[in-house]
Design a protein around this ligand. Sequence first.
Ligand code: SAM
Length: 273
Amino acid sequence: MNYRHSFHAGNFADLVKHALVLWLLKERQARGPVSVLDTHAGAGLYDLSGDAVRSREAEAGVARLMTAEARPPLIEALAAEVAALNPQGGARFYPGSPVLTARALRAEDSYRGFELNPPVEALLQEALAPWHNATGRAGDGYEEAVRAARGLKAPLVLIDPPFERPDDYVRSAETAAAVLGADRTACVAIWTPLKDLETFDGFIRRLEQAGLSRVLVAEARLRPLNNPMKMNGCAMTIVNAPSGADAAAAEICGWTVQALGDPGGRAEVWRAG
Ligand SMILES: C[S@@+](CC[C@H](N)C(=O)[O-])C[C@H]1O[C@@H](n2cnc3c(N)ncnc32)[C@H](O)[C@@H]1O
């Protein structure tokens, strides 16, 4: 396992993912208690003064978010979370999905994140220590989330693999199908890079063939996707997307492309299936 999210934390793709996660969480909280399952939790909280300085991805992402003017509400919501972790100003600390979610939990909500890499799992435990209803666990998130979802009502499941293994697309789609197969009221959000569109098409086709409905694809392409070796775009695919998700995704992807992308960039929100 070579992937280290600490190099990528706070990049444009994290901003798209986390702004949408915040919106999904709030949307479900408006309807009752929420149980979040996070298949690939990562470290929980990132100090961007380390690996992220070398990659310069956070410099082109969250650093620009925090100095941007006229942020639309769903982008402002993420900026407020970053600001709360950096009372001295700036953006040295950036929340991963575990801390972002844990901070938004009410007493009746819960979060369970899974992490396969032992040193990262130790960091996850440490980051979640302040919250009694947010836990980090060691294990394969695909299997664990399906098992955990069986005991929950209408869980919100986040799938965010490193995509360093060729089967991550297949396993993400299978996990979504298994969760929705057990509970049609679950909501599953899957993050993917946009590099090679053949691979992405195959992933969407797999979701369609599994009979999954209300599939929303939110794409943020910062630059034309003409180099399959570079991540010039990303997508969040939401299965059983609630109403309002289209507008939320358009606001988030639209701002990201316009504020952080090149003139040839494009934001697109569409429904599959
Ligand atoms: C993209 S990062 C997760 C970032 C996190 N979701 C966030 O938004 O802050 C992917 C993480 O998944 C872990 N990982 C890889 N394969 C896994 C698996 N099968 N189950 C659980 N964790 C896994 C990696 O070690 C890495 O920390």
